[in-house]
Design a protein around this ligand. Structure first.
Ligand code: KIV
Length: 282
């Protein structure tokens, strides 16, 4: 039987039934299709696209237009995963009406199912307002890449007891505000466990250890397609970059040596038509 579309309710049920959630990022049609085929639960069209697809140094330059363009591409391929559209930097940080309007654009113009935004207790009123407008919100706490410079870089968060307590408070504030799930990034594994125990909603970890309700990875990191750096918490399940480079080198060589295209990759013309054509151009 064909798989049914995953809903926010299914995501909560997974935590209630202690089933781990599987989440990955995707930025285009082929990866949207593969996410579906691999029966992943949740797909994030993350603003990490700024780094792994657009070649930017960080995520702050990513715009609403970039996000909508990539969400639309993913949605053409991905029909059954729950698709999360990431709210780019400054699309929700100025005013609550702007945040609601931009969240609405990701759903109406991009076609995703829900949105994600970075920030803890300080953003609880924003989350609450978007949820009240009818749009499910996933929170994102711990290391928040859009404000990484304010956090001292791409570093583990929640090192001291006080900082760890703040992260638990942030998770509780997001849950209270109505977030349906929370991404928890780059924190010590024992803190990951405590956060997942502190809230009823699913906590999905990225560098938060095994004792959370699910895992997310940036797909280009996981498949070895992004070469600039590999964060400690990433497992590379394959390395497709060397395979692609090998194919490109072989292609270059065959074109230069006139070995490609061969007869099997060329269209035919009958001898009569060719002879007639040659007469016409003589
Ligand atoms: O943009 C993204 O890919 C993310 C993940 C790191 C969770 O926010």
């Amino acid at each position: 039987m064909a798989r049914q579309k995953i809903t926010v309710q299914d995501v909560q049920q997974a935590k209630d039934e202690r089933r781990k959630l599987v989440m990955m990022t995707a930025y285009d049609y082929p990866f949207g299709l593969m996410a579906d085929e691999a029966e992943v639960d949740i797909v994030l069209v993350g603003d990490s696209l700024g780094m792994v697809v657009m070649g930017l140094q960080g995520t702050t330059e990513v715009t609403m237009e970039h996000m909508i363009h990539h969400i639309k591409a993913v949605m053409r391929g991905c029909k059954t995963c729950l698709v999360v559209g990431d709210m780019p930097f400054m699309s929700y940080n100025t005013t609550i009406p702007a945040a609601i309007a931009n969240a609405g654009r990701l759903l109406k113009e991009g076609g995703c199912d829900v949105v994600k935004l970075e920030g803890g207790a300080d953003f609880a009123p924003t989350v609450q307002a978007i949820v009240k407008a009818g749009i499910p919100v996933q929170g994102h706490i711990g290391l928040t890449p859009q404000t990484a410079s304010a956090l001292g870089g791409f570093k583990m968060q929640g090192k001291s007891a006080a900082a760890a307590k703040q992260i638990i408070d942030d998770a509780r504030a997001l849950e209270q505000a109505g977030a349906f799930s929370i991404i928890l990034e780059a924190v010590p594994a024992p803190l990951g466990k405590l956060v997942a125990e502190a809230v009823r909603v699913p906590v999905i970890g990225i560098g938060a250890g095994p004792d959370v309700d699910g895992q997310v990875l940036v797909t280009h990191d996981m498949v070895g397609l992004f070469d600039r750096f590999v964060p400690k918490f990433v497992k590379q399940y394959t390395r497709i970059r060397p395979a692609i480079l090998e194919a490109l080198a072989e292609y270059r060589q065959e074109v230069r040596e006139a070995k490609f295209p061969g007869p099997e990759h060329s269209f035919k013309m009958s001898a009569e038509t060719l002879a007639e054509l040659k007469k016409m151009i003589a």
